[in-house]
Design a protein around this ligand. Structure first.
Ligand code: AMP
Length: 115
């Protein structure tokens, strides 16, 4: 999608520290990391947020994206101590980039509830 930051990262038009890639998904390091490991996992095709991943295609996309995030976390060595996967959807949640993304956070103890 034109003017989408994360679509431009998928297309290689904007650099990113990519750690894992498939035909359908990409994992790269967040530019403003909130944990020692902070990845963003995104679908290659533009979907604005979780609430827009509807129907059978959306279900497949969400399932495979979560599995991809778990595999990326495992490759980062996070299985032992654990990690958190978060997705912000809409303004109240603080979504700032309107291309569906999972935050994968690990390498430190997390607190709950989130702010
Ligand atoms: P959210 O606020 O949930 O929409 O998350 C968007 C995330 O994208 C934030 O954590 C930003 O730090 C991150 N971000 C924004 N621009 C870039 C970029 N060019 N490369 C990597 N991460 C980015």
């Amino acid at each position: 999608m034109a003017d989408c930051l994360f679509c431009k990262i998928v297309a290689g038009e904007i650099p990113a520290r990519i750690v894992k890639r498939s035909e359908d998904a990409l994992a790269f390091r967040d530019i403003d990391a909130k944990a020692p490991v902070h990845l963003l996992v995104i679908p290659a095709r533009h979907v604005a947020a979780v609430r827009d991943a509807t129907g059978a295609d959306g279900e497949r996309l969400l399932g495979s994206l979560l599995a991809f995030a778990a595999a990326a976390a495992s490759e980062q060595g996070l299985d032992g101590e654990g990690y958190r996967i978060v997705t912000n959807t809409g303004r109240n949640a603080g979504q700032s980039v309107d291309h569906l993304h999972l935050h994968v956070l690990g390498g430190r103890k997390m607190t709950w509830p989130p702010g």
